[in-house]
Write a new protein. Structure first.
Length: 178
């Protein structure tokens, strides 16, 4: 087993940044002060599938809106694993690991920018989208072939779940799973 396969075998949780990972990083300011973000439905499916198949799922993001929180809940992330408005992701990452009885090497973390680099280096498998900043790419174990907000999460969560034998679905029982 090579290094990455060994690391993937240890993963029990996946944690995501939002802006630039689950979205393409662009935002549209709305009149009420909120920001409109676009997420990919296939990325959302992968997050929900990961949680339903036994992986612990979390969010650590600098963004903080009611809509983001609702989206996290919609894809099945437990409220205690949603950290929005983050201004120091490493401390929150440690807290996430502690409250879920995880070692850092048991977590796959997705980030795309300088605030993510500490966590990308500290986790078991650090993942960045193809359009991440250079500092994040240098800290990562995997540079996805897909950009943020356009399939990066789906591709790499699917890779993890296939590696662990978890990417198995019965289309005739879909409603029972989701």
């Amino acid at each position: 087993m090579d290094g990455l396969d060994e690391k993937l075998s240890r993963i029990k949780a996946v944690v995501f940044d939002i802006d630039g990972v689950l979205t393409d990083g662009r935002m549209i300011p709305l009149a009420d002060g909120d920001l409109l973000r676009i997420v990919d439905a296939k990325d959302s499916f992968a997050i929900r599938a990961a949680g339903r198949k036994g992986l612990i799922v979390g969010i650590i993001s600098g963004g903080k809106t009611f809509a983001l929180e609702q989206r996290c809940l919609h894809v099945g992330i437990r409220p205690e694993n949603i950290f929005l408005g983050a201004r120091g992701k490493m401390a929150l990452f440690r807290f996430f690991c502690e409250q879920n009885s995880l070692a850092p090497e048991e977590v796959m973390y997705f980030g795309d920018d300088i605030p993510d680099t500490q966590v990308l280096r500290a986790c078991g498998v650090g993942v960045v989208p193809s359009d991440a900043v250079e500092e994040a790419k240098e800290a990562a174990d995997i540079i996805s072939s897909k950009p943020g907000g356009k399939g990066c999460v789906r591709a790499e969560v699917e890779r993890l779940m296939k590696h662990k034998g978890l990417w198995v679905f019965d289309p005739d029982k879909f409603d029972e799973i989701f």
